[in-house]
Design a protein around this ligand. Structure first.
Ligand code: SF4
Ligand SMILES: [Zn+2]
Ligand SMILES: [Zn+2]
Length: 308
């Protein structure tokens, strides 16, 4: 098979796009695709500073690499979740990438924050799924770092497979408020929030893994141990089976939703009206969701210690 762009031997076949590329042309195609997503959704301009949330996996590192290649002003943020060897390996991968490319990286480790809580403790003491606490922790620390650093935008590496799985879950349960918020660009609803964008929303997991590999990025291949059994994986498996029979199905599912259905669900959400009494970030009550969760964990931990 020949490269669609330069007609030399193709090394990457993309069934969903019904095309194939050689190494250099695939890298060009990938970066161009991300650039088009940024422009199409008016995510940000070259004058704006972007904080890229990097986990050490293929998607967020491929995103950072692409934004740098496209000439955007970026800095990285790594949030250490305290999940054993997975977190140590992820931090190493991010640090190696940042120093090899001379990029500024901020590392925040949950265990070293004021509350000293990693995700495993949060899950243990609240008896909830680790991913529920993790979502709250990530949102809080990303928002806080983006605000403190004066960034205009926070970019995350969610890819097409993530977006399609999330959409399927939201549609299966008709989660109307979540469908309203399912968009690659979320405008801030408070002056302490920044615009949140997902520039890889039209780029598949396979494409970002191939890009990272061809660019020589050493990312963490292992998934977070808590991801096993997550419902998202069930949706991803279903969508992969569909994609197998109908190449391009995931891309059509997500982009047609955004074009035709999202405007029917979208409503401008009210921003939180108050400031959290503990951390100062936006809140709907006295405390923000993060501080309420932390208070609950600390209360339960103190009780557990007292009874031991
Ligand atoms: S799988 Fe769950 S715990 Fe692990 S990083 Fe993702 S959200 Fe956090
Ligand atoms: Zn080529
Ligand atoms: Zn708070």
């Amino acid at each position: 098979m020949k490269c669609k762009r330069c007609a030399t031997k193709a090394t990457v076949q993309l069934r969903s796009h019904n095309t194939a590329f050689c190494k250099d042309c695939f890298i060009f195609f990938f970066q161009r695709n991300v650039e088009r997503s940024i422009e199409r959704e008016r995510m940000f301009t070259r004058d704006e500073r972007i904080l890229v949330a990097v986990s050490g996996g293929k998607d967020s590192l491929a995103l950072w690499d692409t934004l740098v290649a496209l000439g955007h002003q970026t800095e990285g943020l790594y949030l250490g979740l305290g999940i054993g060897e997975y977190s140590s390996a992820s931090q190493r991968a991010v640090e190696v990438y940042a120093s090899a490319h001379d990029l500024k990286l901020t590392v925040v480790r949950l265990e070293e924050e004021e509350d000293g809580l990693g995700i495993p403790e949060a899950a243990f003491f609240t008896r909830r799924q680790p991913c529920a606490a993790c979502g709250t922790f990530k949102r809080h620390h990303f928002d806080r770092a983006a605000h403190a650093g004066g960034f205009a935008v926070l970019a995350t590496g969610h890819n097409l497979d993530d977006e399609a799985a999330r959409l399927l879950g939201n549609v299966l349960h008709w989660q109307l408020p979540y469908l309203a918020k399912q968009h690659p660009v979320l405008q801030p609803t408070h002056e302490k929030f920044v615009r949140k964008v997902r520039p890889l929303y039209r780029t598949s997991e396979y494409e970002s893994a191939t890009y990272a590999f061809l660019r020589g990025i050493r990312y963490v291949v292992e998934e977070c141990p808590n991801s096993h059994g997550a419902t998202q994986l069930v949706y991803k498996e279903m969508l992969n089976r569909l994609e197998e029979k109908m190449p391009g199905a995931k891309l059509g599912f997500v982009t047609d939703f955004l074009r035709h259905a999202h405007p029917l669900f979208a409503a401008t959400p009210d921003g939180p009206p108050l400031d959290c009494e503990r951390c100062g970030m936006p809140a709907f009550g006295e405390l923000c969701g993060y501080c309420r969760l932390v208070a609950e964990i600390i209360r339960r931990r103190t009780r557990a210690v007292a009874h031991s």
